[in-house]
Design a protein around this ligand. Structure first.
Ligand SMILES: [Zn+2]
Length: 360
């Protein structure tokens, strides 16, 4: 087995983009031998009243400059489909069957596609980034309020989308072909973004954060080992969220995928890595497993199962400390993976840095 990774990347969320000093951020990442930083780049994200989009952009430029000075690469974490009030297309969000409105734009609507492509064009021109990494909003959100990587403390359910006025007119709503139709709308958006990146910045890697599992049926033989198996029915990427990222890879739209495998359990990360290796014959190169740092594990946040009342939620032993990350990294190397990405800088502890540095 290889002793070292070829690439280590770090997702960096808005709080850290704004609150961490760019020089200190880069110094810490260098200490961990992380060679790619992936800062969240959409400054209009809700919930941050202490800075303007312009101030946020300034901060991003400082991080990019500092990273380049240290010979690190910067891939922009590009969103623009999670819906924020500042967006001119905020009203074009996905609509649930009960009429309530979701928090993700409707990717089927050509006005949304135009908006996203315009923002991508602007981003590529405005920031000196080396690549683009799509945020994980690139899904048809069926209002899965269960997801071990994200939403916690609620029972899982599915309320299908999208019943927006555009879809009412154009989508085969509730017909057998509806699922396929939605997958194709999303794939068409990814293809258009890919074409734009390649035209405007030839050679720049285009990648996505990917939801896991991709297809729950892969795990059926290991059902007993997966405490979230029932819930995975409604958060599997292709058939529930309509994000067929394996097809995006196969068709060459993306250069690599970053499956978000935020677990403390080595076995769950191993199984998800196996699914990825099953999906891509060149997984060592084009699958960068996303590992959760610190509190970013499903077991810590949700508890070890689908029941939100699980007693062991918030058990500090279920966080990914330095030793846990070392075990997960060794597992990745053992199966032949060469690239990895961490979530996220906000949860990066000093004890992680020395561990990471040993493996790249
Ligand atoms: Zn719609």
């Amino acid at each position: 087995m290889a002793a070292q990774f070829r690439r280590m990347a770090m997702w960096t969320w808005p709080g850290a983009v704004y609150n961490e000093h760019p020089q200190r951020m880069v110094e810490r990442l260098q200490e961990g031998h992380v060679d790619i930083v992936i800062p969240y780049i959409c400054g209009q994200r809700d919930g941050h009243t202490c800075w303007t989009a312009e101030e946020y952009d300034e901060r991003l430029r400082a991080i990019i400059e500092e990273a380049h000075r240290a010979d690190m690469k910067v891939h922009a974490c590009f969103d623009e489909v999670n819906a924020y009030r500042a967006m001119p297309v905020y009203d074009l969000r996905q609509v649930r069957k009960d009429g309530s409105i979701g928090s993700v734009l409707c990717h089927a609507n050509p006005a949304v596609v135009d908006y996203v492509l315009d923002k991508l064009r602007w981003t590529l021109a405005e920031f000196d980034c080396d690549g683009i990494n799509l945020e994980d909003g690139y899904i048809f959100n069926q209002n899965t309020i269960y997801d071990p990587a994200h939403t916690t403390g609620e029972l899982f359910q599915v309320v299908p989308v999208c019943y927006c006025s555009y879809c009412q007119e154009h989508a085969p709503i509730e017909k057998p072909e509806w699922a396929q139709w939605k997958q194709e709308q999303l794939t068409a958006l990814i293809a258009a973004e890919s074409a734009l990146v390649r035209k405007q910045k030839p050679g720049a890697p285009f990648s996505v954060a990917a939801r896991m599992p991709y297809d729950r049926s892969f795990y059926a033989p290991h059902k007993q080992e997966v405490p979230y198996f029932d819930g995975w029915e409604v958060c599997q990427s292709r058939d529930a969220l309509m994000a067929d990222w394996a097809a995006w890879l196969r068709r060459g739209h993306i250069d690599f995928a970053c499956p978000m495998s935020y677990f403390h359990s080595r076995r769950l990360v191993e199984l998800e890595t196996q699914e990825c290796r099953h999906l891509s014959p060149t997984a060592a190169n084009d699958i960068w497993i996303g590992l959760g740092l610190g509190e970013c594990t499903a077991e810590y946040r949700q508890g070890n199962g689908d029941d939100p009342a699980t007693e062991n939620a918030k058990d500090p032993a279920l966080r990914n400390d330095g030793a846990a990350i070392e075990a997960l990294l060794l597992d990745q190397l053992r199966v032949g993976q060469e690239k990895v990405v961490f979530f996220s800088y906000e949860h990066l502890l000093d004890e992680h840095l020395s561990v990471m540095a040993r493996y790249r």
